[in-house]
Design a binder for this molecule. Structure first.
Ligand code: 26A
Length: 346
């Protein structure tokens, strides 16, 4: 059944400003970055941001994985469908983010920390790869107190779909658990995106604690492999179908909804497994020529945005996957995790 209430979808994670530039191997090597990865910044990465701005003609673009997804879902859905929560500072970068979300009509309810700057993500583009290096800043201070604040809690209560970006497992697992419990207790839909291999490796415990609440779990092939390894699954790290099946069949709190696991795989077909169903399905992506690709920063977030928008609209699983692939195809033609204007329709 399609949700027709306002702000049916509530998303939570880390609002970041992307400082994105085309780089090269020398730049990656200088900071010890892999060409296609997402990491938390260490001390040695501190000069990266100025380096990108001063020497690589970096652009400032709204980012934060789940905020990109929330913008994507609102891009598709009717006005006032999506609200996004996360922590920012009281600064220029936060103002830039507020401007960017206005363009698609996404409502944001930030926890504003007056003392800590808004988080930023250094994005180094090399070919069709992107390396993400995040200094979380104020995003790291999101807390349960904000989620439980009366006006915010009313939004939580009003929503029927929750989408949590996996990067939030590094910040406030208690908020994630609270949303999971709320979803399971009220038969709402709880969607988690694993978001990065390091979440499956180093934030395994909070990730696993939340797994019983997952109605939908989304990841890509590298996150699936990291999950298989960190959980000692008895399958090859490349056997995406087997990993999808495993994820789909983990124990579940709300037994009224069979879980669905969705694994994207770059230009390879997207793999989908359903709890209790033997057959694993695969769906070809919406291919475009290499020349049409601007960059792949945010491709997975866009997929998730289209997919959850489909869920909110009450579409079938096949249709929701297709909507995800449609939005991903649009996003990779833009600079960074962005969507085309004037708006395209599906
Ligand atoms: C905690 N970390 C590392 C992060 C992120 C992140 N969003 C939230 N938390 N690291 C990178 N990103 C975002 O991922 C998007 C691409 O998928 C970047 O801001 C980028 O927009």
């Amino acid at each position: 059944m399609a949700a027709n209430k306002e702000f049916a979808l509530l998303c939570l994670e880390n609002p970041l400003l992307d400082i994105q530039a085309v780089g090269d191997k020398a730049l990656l090597d200088k900071y010890g970055l892999k060409d296609n990865d997402a990491i938390l910044a260490e001390e040695k990465h501190a000069p990266l941001y100025e380096d990108l701005l001063n020497n690589y003609d970096a652009k400032l673009i709204a980012g934060g994985a789940a905020q990109n997804t929330a913008r994507g879902a609102q891009y598709i859905l009717p006005p006032n469908s999506v609200v996004y929560l996360g922590g920012v500072g009281d600064d220029k970068y936060a103002a830039t983010l507020r401007d960017a979300v206005k363009q698609v009509g996404l409502r944001v309810e930030y926890r504003v920390d007056p003392k800590i700057p808004t988080g930023r993500c250094g994005v180094v583009i090399t070919g069709h790869n992107r390396s993400l290096c995040t200094d979380l800043g104020a995003a790291n201070h999101y807390d349960l107190e904000h989620l439980k604040r009366e006006d915010i809690w009313a939004l939580v209560k009003g929503a029927q779909f929750y989408y949590v970006g996996g990067y939030h497992f590094t910040v406030c697992p208690a908020a994630i658990q609270t949303l999971g419990e709320e979803a399971a207790a009220n038969d709402k839909v709880f969607v988690v995106n694993v978001s990065a291999p390091f979440i499956a490796q180093f934030f395994k415990d909070p990730l696993d604690e939340s797994s019983k609440y997952w109605d939908y779990v989304i990841c890509n092939e590298t996150e699936a492999a990291a999950y298989a390894e960190s959980h000692n699954l008895n399958v090859a790290a490349t056997d995406i179908a087997a990993i999808a099946k495993h994820l789909a069949n983990l124990p579940k709190a709300n037994t009224k909804r069979p879980r669905v696991a969705v694994i994207t795989h770059g230009t390879e077909p997207t793999v989908v497994a359903q709890q209790g169903v033997d057959e694993v399905k695969s769906y070809p992506v919406h291919a475009i020529s290499k020349e049409q690709i601007n960059d792949t920063n945010g491709a997975g977030d866009a997929f998730a945005g289209g997919f959850v928008a489909g869920l909110v609209q009450g579409k079938t699983l096949d249709e929701a996957v297709d909507l995800g692939q449609w939005l991903a195809r649009l996003s990779i033609q833009e600079l960074g995790p962005s969507y085309p204007f004037p708006k395209q329709t599906y």
